[in-house]
Each structure stands twice: as structure tokens, then as C-alpha cells.
Design a protein around this ligand. Structure first.
Ligand code: BDR
Ligand code: CA
Length: 311
């Protein structure tokens, strides 16, 4: 059982990952969500999460975190996620409210109170996580692991060699990766290995409430792939979550991972030291490959579980 805090910037794939987590209370005890600026402004991503919770009739605590990266300026992602940060579905007016605690205060309170160690699923820029670790370092011992969607072994999506979540706040990533806490990294390559075919996503149309939300999200999210002539797309943020749920679907490797802060072409790159295999200082569990069909099946099984809750 994972006692989980989901730190996110919803974001289509953030919501899909959260739905998979919500479908599995036997594995995930969701303690709450913290939001961070990334895909869109902090106000927008938080409002998206509150609206989705209204639609899904859930009421997990939501605490707002940082509205800008530690040093860089905010660079939102309207191309991938739209002006709202969650374009596509018609969502209800939010009937949920935020806790009023800042994200890092919510993290502190939750970790202090929890008799068990807490796991973080970080699927946005790492600003909240980094500043929490810097502010309350003594609480590291209450952290089981930090499972991250971010970085890449040797590719990039927002820059030549940089993935969006890391590039958006590289100083934060540097702090988190050097923290000594157990890190699980789902970089771009393993997310691409688990890509969904656009035709598979169509299956969800006309099914239950959760499947319909997924389908409506994909109607917008798919456009990025369609515009580029691709027949599949990666639902990035569900990769580290499904790893926690079903590690047997993944191949993993341990490496030291450094964060590039200065490179003219490589700022925000995760430099994975492939040559070093012994005496690793801070080994990161890098998700290397995944059994695609079983991985996608987990998504559809999770949507079915949620759909049944609304019958
Ligand atoms: C990451 O960037 C965001 O657009 C997605 O939500 C995901 O977390 C992929 O690079
Ligand atoms: Ca995200």
C-alpha cells in the first residue's frame, strides 16, 4: 500500500494518471493533491483539478503550491494542453475548494501525522518538491520514494535534450535529484514505449463517466500527435503511477542522474551516467522499458472500475 501525495499541474495526462490512482484504493491511499504552475498557471491547473473532482464526485484535499519556478520565468504549454490547461471536456463548475494550506505546509502536516512513510508522485515541474525538501529536510526520513515523470535518457520534447517538467524548473530538479531520497524516474523514452494508439483511445467513447472523461480529454490531447502525423501518443504522467501499481510490467536500471543547469543547448537535461554501473552515489531507478499492451490494459481496466462506481 502506498500512502500517496500527487504533486501535479493538470494537464490531460495528470488527470488520467490521477484517475488510474483513484481506481485502486487497495494500492493507493491518496492523502491529497498539491498543485504547481507548469502546463498552465497555478490558478488554472488548480481549478481544473477541482472541476474534475466535482465531476468524479471525489473530495481529496487540494493544496496550491508555487506559481513560478525557483529562478526561470513561467512558460506554460498551451500547445499541448490548451488555454485552460485542460481543453476538451465540458467540465462542471467547481464545487470543491482548496485547503487553504500552501502545498509545502500540507506536505509537512501530512508527513508529520502519517504513521507510515509517504510516497510522492511528481508529475509536474519539481518546484514544490524541491522547496519542501529544502525547508523541512528532517522530514526526508518520512518519504518512501519520489516517483517522477520527467527527463529523458537521450532525447527531449521541449528542447533538443530537455523534457518539459525538468526544463521548466531545472534548479528544482537539481535539488530533488541530489536529495538522497529514493527517486524513480519515468523519462520520455519509457513513456513513448507505453504509447497508446489513437484508435485504442477511441474505445472509451460512449462508456461510463470516467471513460467518457478520458475520451473527451484525448479528443484534444491527440491533436498534438495528429498534427505531426503520428498514430500514437504517450500519456506521460501515468507511467510512474502504473510502475508503482504493476512494477512487473517494467524493466528498470539504476544510474546516477545529474541535472544540467548551464548548457546552451542542454539546460534542463537529465544527464544519465550510463557508463557508471558500480559505487553509485545516489542511484536513481530509471524506468527503461514497459510491456505496452499490458500497460494500456491497466488504463482501460482502471476506467472500467471507475465507471462502475457511477452506475
Ligand atoms: C510532461 O509535460 C507535461 O506537458 C505533461 O503533463 C507531462 O507531465 C511531459 O513532458
Ligand atoms: Ca504533468
Amino acid at each position: 500500500m502506498y500512502h500517496l501525495i500527487i504533486d501535479c499541474d493538470p494537464g490531460h495526462d495528470d488527470i488520467i494518471a490521477s484517475m488510474v490512482a483513484m481506481a485502486h484504493p487497495e494500492t493507493f491511499d491518496i492523502l491529497g493533491f498539491t498543485t504547481v504552475a507548469g502546463n498552465q498557471t497555478l490558478e488554472k491547473v488548480t481549478s481544473n483539478l477541482l472541476k474534475v473532482q466535482t465531476l468524479l464526485e471525489t473530495d481529496y484535499p487540494v493544496s496550491m503550491g508555487y506559481d513560478v519556478p525557483i529562478i526561470k520565468a513561467l512558460e506554460v504549454q498551451p500547445l499541448a494542453h490548451g488555454e485552460s490547461g485542460l481543453d476538451g471536456p465540458a467540465l462542471p463548475k467547481a464545487e470543491r475548494k482548496v485547503t487553504g494550506l500552501h502545498a509545502i505546509e500540507f506536505m509537512r502536516e501530512t508527513l508529520k501525522r502519517s504513521p507510515e512513510k509517504v510516497t510522492f508522485l511528481c508529475i509536474g515541474p519539481l518546484t514544490n518538491m524541491a522547496l519542501f525538501l529544502k525547508t523541512y529536510p528532517y522530514l526526508k526520513e518520512k518519504i518512501e520514494a519520489i516517483a517522477i515523470m520527467g527527463g529523458a535518457v537521450n532525447s527531449g520534447n521541449i528542447r533538443l535534450k530537455s523534457e518539459f517538467n525538468i526544463y521548466h524548473d531545472p534548479e528544482a530538479a537539481k535539488i530533488v535529484f541530489a536529495s538522497g531520497v529514493k527517486i524513480i524516474m519515468a523519462g520520455l523514452e519509457v513513456c513513448y514505449a507505453g504509447s497508446i494508439h489513437l484508435s485504442e483511445a477511441e474505445q472509451a467513447n460512449g462508456r461510463g463517466r470516467a471513460s467518457q472523461l478520458f475520451y473527451d480529454l484525448m479528443q484534444f490531447y491527440d491533436r498534438y500527435a495528429i498534427d505531426r502525423g503520428w498514430d500514437r501518443t504517450a500519456i506521460f504522467d501515468m507511467t510512474p503511477l502504473i510502475y508503482l501499481l504493476k512494477p512487473e510490467l517494467f524493466e528498470t536500471r539504476e544510474y546516477e542522474v545529474h541535472i544540467e543547469l548551464d548548457g546552451e543547448y542542454t539546460r534542463g537535461m537529465t544527464v544519465v551516467d550510463l557508463a557508471k554501473t558500480e559505487n553509485l552515489l545516489h542511484p536513481v531507478t530509471v524506468l527503461w522499458d514497459v510491456k505496452r499492451e499490458e500497460f494500456i490494459q491497466v488504463l482501460f481496466d482502471s476506467l472500467d472500475i471507475l465507471d462502475r462506481r457511477y452506475q
